[in-house]
Every structure is written in structure tokens, then in C-alpha cells.
Design a protein around this ligand. Structure first.
Ligand code: DQA
Length: 143
């Protein structure tokens, strides 16, 4: 079983970016943890980050050819991108939406997600553990 963990814009800055909201773990630390957890649970995890909407769409389309599912944090594009939603609809593998922060306890513009309706499930507010919970849930669904 192969899984893509996909991170959107500004998540490369994790660890230094607003740590009171997003925590002190770097993206590299999170990715290492998820690769290790994947191994424990029998899945090969590949991690990618991009600040560019088109590159995220390319990664989703490409995942269709090799991955069984995706854990996706689209960052700020969550709230704006119909193109990402269309890409998720187009690929026929389950996508789990994940957010470090509880977007519903923050500004109103973060309450709307363009992608939730086309995702298999969603995890918010658990910090880096949102990825862990998303990965565990996705693997269970795929089994
Ligand atoms: C985020 C929440 C988004 O609103 C924000 O734009 C991000 C990170 C999160 O993981 O909590 O970049 O997706």
C-alpha cells in the first residue's frame, strides 16, 4: 500500500511559522514521523510539499497512477481552490483533508472548505497529529 502525504503553501515553514497556532514541529519532523508510522502499519508513505496550486494538482493527478490514497493539507488553498476540488473529484482514490489548527475556531474565512465535500474524511485541530489520525484512518479504510 502506497500513500501520498501532500502539503500545500507555507507548510514548508512549519516550526517557525506562528508556532502558537501550528506547533513547533518542522515539516521534515512530521514527514519522518509519518514515514515511520506508515512502515509500522504496512504502508509506504511519500511526502510532498508545494507552494504552487498547479504543482499540487499535478501531484494529485500523478498520485492516481501509484498511490492508494492521499492525506492532504491544502493550506490556504483549502478556502479558495475549485481547481484543487476538481482534481480530487477527478482522481478515484480516497483523499483525507487534514489541518493542524482548528479552522472553525479561527477567522470566518477559514470555516469554508472548497474540498471537504469531495474528500473521504477530514481531521482538524490536532496539530501534527491531524496527519497521524488521517493516515491511520486512511489505512483502515483501504484495508
Ligand atoms: C491550515 C489552515 C489554513 O487556514 C491555513 O491557511 C494554513 C494551514 C492548517 O493546517 O491548520 O496554511 O491548513
Amino acid at each position: 500500500m502506497k500513500i501520498l502525504i501532500l502539503h500545500g503553501p507555507n507548510l514548508n515553514l512549519l516550526g517557525t511559522r506562528e508556532p502558537e497556532i501550528y506547533g513547533s514541529m518542522s515539516l521534515d519532523d512530521i514527514n519522518k514521523k509519518m514515514i515511520g508510522l506508515g512502515k509500522e502499519l504496512g504502508a509506504e508513505v511519500k511526502c510532498l510539499q508545494s507552494n504552487h496550486e498547479g504543482a499540487l494538482i499535478d501531484a494529485l493527478q500523478d498520485a492516481r497512477t501509484w498511490a492508494s490514497g492521499v492525506v492532504f493539507n491544502p493550506g490556504g488553498y483549502t478556502h479558495t481552490s475549485i481547481a484543487l476540488r476538481d482534481a480530487i473529484s477527478a482522481i478515484e482514490i480516497p483523499v483525507i483533508e487534514a489541518h493542524l489548527s482548528n479552522v472553525y475556531a479561527r477567522e470566518e474565512f477559514r470555516h469554508a472548505s472548497m474540498i471537504s465535500a469531495v474528500c473521504k474524511g477530514k481531521v482538524v485541530g490536532f496539530g501534527w497529529r491531524s496527519y497521524e489520525l488521517g493516515l491511520r484512518g486512511l489505512i483502515e479504510i483501504l484495508k
